[in-house]
Design a protein around this ligand. Sequence first.
Ligand code: MG
Length: 511
Amino acid sequence: MVALEVLGRYEDLIRDDVARRLVEKLKVVWALHHAMSLMGWDSETYMPKLGSRERAVASAELSVLSQKLYLSSEVRELLAEAERRVEDYNDYERGLVRVVSREVRILERLPPEHVYEFSKLTQEAVHVWVQAKEKADFNIFKPYLERIVELSRKTAEYLGYEEHPYNALLDLYEEGLRIRDVDAVFDTIIPASKRVLDRILEEGYYPQHHPLEDVEYDRGAMEKVNREVLDLLGYPWDRARLDVSPHPFTTNMGVFDVRITTRYEGRDFKNTLYSVVHEFGHALYELQVDPRLAMTPLAGGVSLGVHESQSRFWENIIGRSMAFAETVKPLLDKHLGFTREYSVEDIYRYVNTVRPSLIRVEADEVTYNFHIYLRYTIEKKLIGGELRVDEIPQVWADMMEELLGVRPRNDAEGPLQDIHWSHGTIGYFPTYTIGNVLSAQIKYTVFPGGAPEELVREGREGIEKIKETLKEKIHRYGSTYAPKQLVEKATGEPLNPEHFVRYLESKYLKH
Ligand code: MG
């Protein structure tokens, strides 16, 4: 295949001598990240349970080493020279300068003692969070979250920001994202989603519960379904893997080594199936990066939000369509058997149940963003100093009731449900909604007729057309363009939440 021949031949795209030297200098950092990704994947999949202490030390040492190398005088000198030349650079060379200078700026501004303290705190906080969640008692976690909020505000001060310290944290997870962008998205989608949800609950075509949710499946049979669905999607098994882990994820060691995981809970097969399709979307982004960018700072998806748009595109726009239900039905019937008693339309309704619920990870595409809106509102106020940590459970419960009409019975169903805050990743949640909104924008602006899901009816050939379009418009560039720039280039407009509203309305209100 041609792709393998050009693997790592970045000189085709990055022509300037200084820029090339910068790439060469950073290759060792890439190699360290390659090793750390593999170690991370291993810890979630096959590492013996008691290996975690030594693995944590090894990862921490390597990450300190990689930071040191990144901030070496050679890298900084080459970067300074490249920055002087940037006017004459092509898009790839400019992308390189943007990515490397952003990384250097972040590493430079955060004092090592602060990074060390934060990492030590969050390592402990994760364990405390697990206990607090088991006992459903927010008070156990509270002092740790207070300290995490305090240190996150310090992070924002070190990084610098305009208008609001939360902007600095948003930017850390989604380059260029600001409060005003996120507010504009929620101002549009929250009222619209509420309207759609009320109608769905009133009409009942999309059920709140479906009998298939209670049916147990045979794990071996389900594994076959998942593998054959990935075959149908053209998952390249010589460059990619599927494994099992408690929390499904995607990781990549390089453009030619991308790995996804799923889990098998033994009943309600849509959960494992759609986690596979979701992670496939993440994997495809990495697999379709121009192989010439491999091993450079431009290899890899540009941001969490753009990444999530790819996973949500496959999971929801494609995967939860009638065309997909029709296509996978024979596979389900062949391996699971019990689905034979149900029609295609039944399968479609089963994978599209909609119900107001307490738990984010169980939420459907209509209610999901309410969960993010709640977390975003709380985070923004915490970082802005308008809300205290001890007020969270009350605010959480009140907002859930107002948004979805449900109230957590305890803290485990409320603010203790997600691991994110214990990891210290305040500012991360909004990227999920950015992904949801962008997936709908891609559907309507990138594909002729705005109906990529219809191509699924053409089988493998149609699916290849979808993949080819995503590659051309988004994937191949890796991190060459900043997220906002890429969105405009690919879709012809800035992030526009109206597409998501149109998607919900056309799917859920016209059937
Ligand atoms: Mg994801």
